[in-house]
Design a binder for this molecule. Structure first.
Ligand code: MV4
Length: 451
């Protein structure tokens, strides 16, 4: 196994990776910005190096400096976590050129799946169902018009370089196409430096179902079931669960096999997530693939018992997957709430500052992944997520009861958090019955039910 790796991230995911390494006897090197001098990832790693000032583009996104630190500390590999450089194919390529193992897929796979219309093409070539629409990017408005007529309105225009909903437009009728097409093009150019767009049919009130996959360098690929991430606000996930509500063993098998087909077609290696839209007819369609460990990976860990970060390290080292598809079974139910330092009463505006009192819930089946502690000051420069509360129960209703109890117990004072908002969400009838679609959070004023 690796003797030493560099963790190119901060926050809870840096701690998550450091823990996996230490359990495996791997030494760790943390990198931190001037704003993270008091951070736990700096303290808990075996070595830590300051890589620059607070702004991420001068620290956590500075490829040259991070590579230099890896060289100087004799780190054999770099784990990028999520966000920052995790899906940067240039960074993965530089690691490859420097003989530092990038803990993730090869750079050309990151590029391929990062271009969303190319990812769809790849998934389709492998035999996974995709949302009907343009084959690749549309090069002119006229081409877009022809495809929209063929598939029928309403349609979605999406940015090829996007993902996660950025640069997306819903077009209900042809009269709106020209304006929204130009609109989306401008936004895609500004946000990604790439104006390319693709078009697909609108799936009405879908659920966001994603499948965790693991693939080794020898062509073996398995899936670890699905996560339901339909609970989103402005394309930010708030709560994730596994298994998906109402996903039968039969659908799980089909969607899992589709995910493996997409991953194999991409020549995928390491941990990845295949995202699907799941409609109320029971149809599912490949949407995109995330080539990183995701924020919500713990719900899959809790129901499968597989440590995904350890699997990532073993795969990156060149080991063959020991797990086979038949070894994977899901039992119980896990739900994760993302706790953000944001003010739900001020349109979820960031609320950085000092945590002057902190109480973290505990108990059987309770997991809190966090980097914060009492007295910690949340810097204003980075993501506002400060903790993930993951509950595990024998079934969904037991998990909801635990979640309810934990959210009551959880105390973070000094800053505003999304804890009160989560208390509200999990008390709604729609959440409790699992009958929520994607427009659920817009209707959050309905009557509360006691469970
Ligand atoms: C869609 C869609 C309906 N039809 N694509 C893409 C990124 C993700 N954050 C939301 N995306 C969607 N893509 C087609 N062809 C609806 C959404 C969508 C959504 C999907 C699942 C769960 C929540 C959602 C919230 C808003 C939009």
């Amino acid at each position: 196994m690796f003797k030493k790796i560099l963790v190119a991230n901060r926050g809870e995911i840096a701690l998550r990776i450091i823990r996996a390494c230490h359990e495996m006897g791997i030494r760790t090197v943390a990198v931190y910005s001037k704003a993270d001098e008091d951070s736990l990832h700096r303290r808990l790693a075996d070595e830590a190096v300051c890589i620059g000032p607070a702004p991420a583009n001068q620290s956590y996104l500075d490829i040259k400096t991070i590579i230099a630190v890896a060289e100087l500390t004799n780190s054999e590999a770099i784990h990028p976590g999520y966000g920052f450089l995790a899906e940067n194919s240039t960074f993965a390529g530089v690691c490859e050129d420097c003989d530092i193992k990038f803990i993730g897929p090869p750079s050309h796979v990151i590029s391929r799946m990062g271009e969303k219309s190319e990812a769809k093409r790849t998934a389709r070539a492998g035999g996974a169902p995709v949302v009907p629409g343009s084959e690749g990017v549309v090069s002119t408005l006229n081409e877009a018009k022809a495809i929209c007529e063929e598939i029928g309105y309403p349609v979605m225009i999406k940015a090829a370089a996007g993902g996660g909903g950025k640069g997306m437009r819903l077009v209900s009728r042809q009269e709106d196409l020209f304006k929204l097409y130009e609109n989306a093009r401008g936004e895609a150019q500004a946000a990604f430096g790439n104006p390319d767009l693709y078009v697909e049919k609108l799936i009405i009130n879908p659920r966001h179902i994603e499948v965790q996959v693991l693939a080794d360098s020898y062509g073996n690929c398995i899936h670890l079931g699905e996560r339901d991430c339909s609970m989103q606000r402005r394309h930010q996930k708030l709560l994730e669960e596994s298994p998906g509500v109402g996903i039968s063993e039969e659908i799980r098998k089909q969607i899992g096999e589709a995910a493996v087909k997409a991953a194999k077609s991409a020549e995928y290696v390491n941990a990845g997530t295949v995202e699907f839209l799941y409609d109320d007819q029971g149809n599912f369609y490949f949407m995109e693939m995330n080539t990183r460990i995701q924020v919500e990976h713990p719900v899959t860990e809790q129901v499968t018992g597989v440590d995904l970060v350890k699997e990532q390290l073993k795969i990156a080292y060149g080991e063959k997957l020991k797990l086979r598809q038949d070894d994977i079974s899901m039992s119980g139910h896990a739900i994760e709430c993302r706790i953000n330092a944001e003010d739900p009463d001020k349109n979820f505006a960031p609320s950085p500052g000092k945590i002057d009192f902190l109480h973290i819930p505990g108990g059987l089946g309770i997991r809190v992944d966090t980097h914060v502690f009492q007295g910690y000051t949340i810097p204003p420069f980075y993501d506002s997520m400060i903790a993930k509360l993951i509950v595990y129960g024998g079934d969904r209703s037991e998990a909801i009861l635990k979640l309810k109890s934990c959210l009551r117990e959880f105390i973070v004072s000094g800053v505003k958090t999304t804890i009160p908002f989560h208390r509200k969400v999990i008390n709604t009838e729609k959440f409790v019955t699992g009958g929520f679609g994607t427009s659920f959070l817009d209707s959050l004023n309905e009557k509360q039910v006691d469970i």
